[in-house]
Structures are given as C-alpha cells and as structure tokens.
Design a binder for this molecule. Structure first.
Ligand SMILES: [Zn+2]
Length: 281
C-alpha cells in the first residue's frame, strides 16, 4: 500500500517529547476519488504549505507528522464515526454525526464549498470504512504510538496540531464573513492542554507582533480533543495560522512574506522546544 503520511524524526539533536502534526496539508487523491469539483475549489479546504512552514521542528528535537492525501478525500481531524447520513446509502450502522457533518464537512465531505456538493452519488458504509482503514487509521496509529512512546519515556508529551485558516470565513464556517486574527490557538477552552504550554505558544507569536485569539472561532478539532489529557501530562493544542500571512489565497502560491513568516515559525518552534526541554529536565 502506498504511504499515506510522512513522519520525520528528530535529526542531529536529542529527541524531545514534542510532536507536531499537519493533517490537512496533503494534496493527493486516490484513483477512486470521483468528483466534478474543480481542483482550485478542492484546494481551498487544504492547509497548503503548513507542513513546510513548520519544517524546522525535527532539527529542534520534535517529531513532525504530515498527511499526504487531501482532507477533501477523508478528514483526519474528524472522529472515524463522524459520518454524514446524507452521504450514505444502504444500512447505516454505527455512526455518530457531529455538527461538522451537519455543516457538510464531516469525516467525508458532503460539500466542497457552500452549496457545492462534493459527490453525485452516495456511499455504502463499506466504502467509507475502506477509506478509514487505508487513510485515517494509519495516520492515527502513527500519531498515537508516537505520543504513547514519548509519554512513557518522559512522563509527559506535548502535541501541536497545525492548521491554516482563510483570512475570512465562508458560509460553512461558524464565523462566516468575519476577518480573522493572525493566529487562533485552540485548547478546547483549557481542557486539552496545560495553560503554561498555550501561554508559551501565544507569547512566541505576540512577541513577534502577531495577533492571537484563543478558542474562537476554533476551539480545536477531533485531534486535540482526542489526544489531549492534561491531567495525565498529555497536552494538545491546535494552531491555526492566517493564510494571508504567507500565501496568495486566490492563486494558492507563496506570497512575498513566505520566507520571513517561516523564519518566525522557526523562532517560535525553538521557544516551544525550549519549554518542553525544561519541563522534562
Ligand atoms: Zn486544517
């Protein structure tokens, strides 16, 4: 089976219990993806360049996991049973659609964009389970085993789930039409990570002049809710960065600020790595 993700271990330095993951930066589609939605429209849902922007993390002792396949095929930041009933034909079985599915953006997208259906026909639960098995499960198994091994070795683990956001939300977003800040940190209102960890991330951005908001409009998705357990020293925080900072949102190409922004993320990553290093020293 083809690789569905890339995992980069720490290089040229000792490992820290620090894991970054980018579940939405992949752009591949398997041959069984059949949709009349145009490639530019599919790209709007992806976190283009996010894996590259955080690419210095392994040189600081962190691990970096990123998906190769598009979230428009299957969304790794959704529970495997967050399945939209309007996509299904035949027996429904065990599904648990959340508000994401209601908005057309559950595990398998019903809508590519507002009023733009992704598919012309429905799926059997068997077809959806095949996608889960081939693309969703391997990513989560890798992330879980990495977090578990680090937690066992260091008695604590710090995870950052990396995303990007359009500079203005569309009708499928809960903040439709609103202009967004530079950065949104999501820790599920303090339930997925210790406050000191989130403070370090926020201060890193603020010191470099970026505007940061916590938990609005994004509190953190399935990944941070599923893996964060601060009472057991497992910390998960979501970082959403505003695409206008580093890319042309219409052309899907890096803008002139790309290199400078990547350098800033490198500075912030080092501060996060220093925090984690001190926490386990
Ligand atoms: Zn994302």
């Amino acid at each position: 089976m083809a690789d569905t993700f890339v995992f980069e271990a720490p290089r040229d330095c000792p490992a820290l219990p620090l894991v970054f993951d980018s579940p939405h930066s992949g752009q591949l589609f398997p041959p069984d993806f059949v949709s009349s939605v145009q490639p530019e429209q599919l790209r709007t849902g992806c976190d283009l360049f996010v894996d590259d922007l955080w690419g210095a993390v392994p040189s600081m002792g962190g691990q970096l996991l990123h998906a190769l396949y598009s979230r428009m095929y299957i969304d790794l930041n959704r529970a495997p049973d967050d399945i939209d009933l309007l996509l299904l034909k035949g027996p429904v079985g065990e599904v648990n659609p959340t508000a994401y599915s209601e908005r057309g953006m559950g595990l398998i997208r019903r809508l590519a964009l507002p009023d733009l259906p992704m598919y012309e026909s429905r799926f059997s639960l068997f077809e959806i389970r095949a996608r889960i098995q081939q693309y969703h499960s391997p990513y989560h198994q890798k992330l879980k085993s990495t977090l578990d091994a680090l937690h066992q070795r260091f008695s604590g683990v710090w995870h950052i789930d990396c995303h990007s956001m359009k500079s203005r939300g569309n009708l499928m977003n809960i903040d439709s039409g609103a202009l967004r800040p530079d950065v949104v940190l999501g820790d599920n209102d303090g339930r997925s990570a210790g406050a000191d960890f989130v403070d370090v991330i926020e201060q890193g951005f603020v010191r470099l002049g970026y505007s940061v908001v916590r938990n609005s409009p994004y509190k953190g998705g399935y990944l941070v809710r599923h893996y964060g357990d601060p009472e057991n020293n497992r910390h998960s925080t979501q970082i959403e960065i505003n695409r206008a900072l580093y890319m042309d949102e219409q052309l899907f190409s890096p803008n002139q600020n790309y290199a400078a922004f990547k350098k800033d993320l490198c500075t912030i990553s080092q501060q996060i790595a220093d925090f984690v290093g001190c926490a386990v020293a």
